[in-house]
Design a protein around this ligand. Structure first.
Ligand code: ASP
Length: 588
């Protein structure tokens, strides 16, 4: 590809180009005056090239310009590629063995001094980075993150296209969708008092596409959820949304696996197929989470039966109570921590719902530190040591609760301890977690809530539990887990209108509310809706993991802060009275 302003990018020239006349454009990165010679690192999206201005080679005007240029000025230069003088090669740079001996320069613009250095290794407060995001994006790391995202999205598109999926766009101005977060509302000017909702996902629309005969759909879709923002959440984010019809769950998972393997492969990441599948409750009981990172062990053990006759009342009474468990994990090396540091872990456990944290620290010298060990018999200790594979230096921590809460407490501790102990997590870890419960109990609203979403197909052989024990029902669901993150989720959908009505009723929808909110979907199900299932991949999160970043903001061009602001444009901002009037709104 040739452009009129440059012959090459700043990342392109090598020894093979030596002797060529070239023209480059880019920003002045670093400028060094070396006794009559001026060196400039010229930077563009592709890399950096060293320029040398030598008054013996370029004319006076060019050399004078080189003296005046400052950081972040965009310039265009022409000159000859030459080998760097002996001993001046820079192995860290792809262009490190050459430099351009400049004969001509054109200053394309000047620049104010940037509010922070455009460098990867300089830490700058994030609010300043976000206020001047266009400068932050010039940092090589940010450009490479955007490139990675573009490459991965393109690879996914190619893989879906190659597997006969149609990319179909669905509207952003739509009706409330049921992903469980608050909607962003958009007032209608033409219909005063009426609102669109920005889609939390294209869920209903993709099901309607299946009723419409699209058969295999995907979309790189913007989704909007008005919820409190956490580290890996943004009010608007991107899902690679998928739906298929006339398929079983195995078909959907098989098709997705192949597409993912192909796309990840293009990023240099190999996925072994078929992907491992873990049942929801196995994941919970083994790792304490439905998104396990299986690159390290520290697995949960059910030690309830060891303590059935214990003098330690808390454990013994749990063992005697149906549905209560004593579970434990063993954090290697933490048993050597000072007691105060171990005691502080109770605060961490409290964040995951524990009322306290019982532990035994097995010291290197063979002694134990523990507030509870005095209650244990030799047999109990021996059985515990055997079950937990105890060695000197281990810290065994316990949780006493019902199955779910005991799992969640220790799952939280497992991941906390892995971070504290810097447990190595090499490469990437991919797996499916399948067969989630259909419902969970919403303690705040005192009613059943969908574990995934209200359109999920229950396990057919458990339909009779709907009226007797709905919490025991499983569903045709799958989450795609990458490196301990939920990278995506989906499942089979209900395509039977009666069953859908019944599930909505179980979720507390009156027929009128169900009709008002989802009537258009229920109607469509009555017109020969095919069996269908689908999935959505969290593109921001996967790109974050591929980039080795610890925050999705690092892979988004213009993210928002935790309070939902765009610091660059100062959005959200006030609007004029006239604008409000137009949409028939008045502020309280
Ligand atoms: N719509 C779901 C979500 O956004 C994903 C799916 O089931 O396809 O979480």
């Amino acid at each position: 590809m040739s452009y009129s302003m440059h012959t090459h990018t700043c990342g392109e020239l090598r020894e093979t180009n030596i002797g060529e006349e070239v023209t480059l454009t880019g920003w002045v990165w670093h400028r060094r005056d070396h006794g009559g010679l001026i060196f400039v690192d010229l930077r563009d999206r592709a890399g950096v090239t060293q320029l040398e201005f030598d008054p013996e080679v370029c004319d006076e005007a060019t050399f004078h310009e080189a003296e005046t240029i400052r950081s972040e000025w965009p310039i265009m230069v022409s000159g000859t590629v030459r080998e760097r003088p002996e001993g001046q090669n820079n192995d860290k740079l792809a262009t490190g063995s050459i430099e351009v001996y400049v004969t001509n320069i054109a200053v394309l613009n000047t620049s104010k001094t940037p509010p922070f250095q455009i460098e990867d290794h300089v830490d700058t407060a994030e609010d300043v980075r976000l206020r001047y995001r266009y400068l932050d994006l010039r940092r090589p790391r940010m450009i490479s993150n955007l490139k990675l995202r573009s490459d991965f999205t393109f690879a996914l598109r190619e893989a879906f296209h190659g597997s006969d999926f149609l990319e179909v766009e669905t509207p952003s101005l739509f009706k409330s969708t049921p992903e469980g977060a608050r909607d962003f509302l958009v007032p209608s000017r033409m219909q005063p008092g009426h609102f669109y909702a920005l889609p939390q996902s294209p869920q209903l629309l993709k099901e309607l596409l299946m009723v419409g005969g699209v058969e295999r759909y995907y979309q790189v879709a913007k989704c909007f959820r008005d919820e409190d923002l956490r580290k890996d959440r943004q009010p608007e984010f991107t899902q690679v949304d998928v739906e298929m019809s006339f398929v079983t769950q195995d078909d959907v998972m098989g098709a997705l696996e192949r597409v993912f393997a192909e796309a990840f492969d293009r990023m240099g990441v190999h996925i072994e197929l078929p992907l491992r599948r873990i049942q929801y409750w196995d994941a919970m009981d083994t790792y304490g989470t439905d998104k396990p990172d299986t690159r390290y062990g520290m697995e949960l053990h059910d030690v309830t039966s060891i303590f059935s006759a214990s003098k330690f009342k808390l454990f013994a009474s749990a063992a005697a109570t149906e549905g209560q468990f004593v579970k434990a994990i063993n954090a290697k090396r933490a048993g050597a921590w000072p007691r105060a540091r171990i005691d502080r872990l109770a605060d961490v456990a409290a964040e995951f719902g524990a009322k306290g944290l019982a532990y035994i620290a097995f010291r290197e010298d063979g002694s134990v530190t523990s507030p509870i060990v005095k209650f244990f018999s030799d047999e109990e200790m021996a059985a515990l040591r055997a079950e937990m594979g105890v060695e000197p230096g281990d810290l065994v921590m316990f949780a006493v609760a019902d199955r779910l809460h005991a799992d969640e407490i220790l799952g939280g501790m497992r991941s906390h301890m892995a971070n504290e102990l810097d447990v190595p997590r090499e490469g990437h870890d991919f797996l499916w977690v399948v067969n989630f419960p259909l419902f969970h109990w919403d303690e705040d609203r005192k009613c059943l809530d969908s574990e995934h979403q209200p359109f999920t197909q229950p396990n057919e052989d458990q339909l009779d539990l709907l009226d007797t024990d709905p919490l025991a029902m499983g569903s045709h669901t799958m989450d795609f887990v990458m490196d301990g993150y939920e990278a995506g989720g989906g499942g089979m959908r209900i395509h039977d209108a009666r069953l859908q009505e019944k599930i909505l009723e179980k979720l507390g929808f009156t027929p009128e509310r169900a009709q008002a909110q989802f009537g258009f979907l229920m109607n469509a199900l009555e017109f020969g809706a095919p069996p269908m299932g689908g999935f959505a991949l969290g593109l921001d999160r996967v790109c974050m993991l591929l980039a080795g970043a610890d925050n999705i903001r690092e892979v988004m061009a213009f993210p928002k802060t935790a309070s939902g602001s765009d610091l660059m444009s100062a959005a959200p901002s006030e609007v004029t009275g006239a604008q409000l009037k137009e949409v028939s709104l008045r502020l309280l």
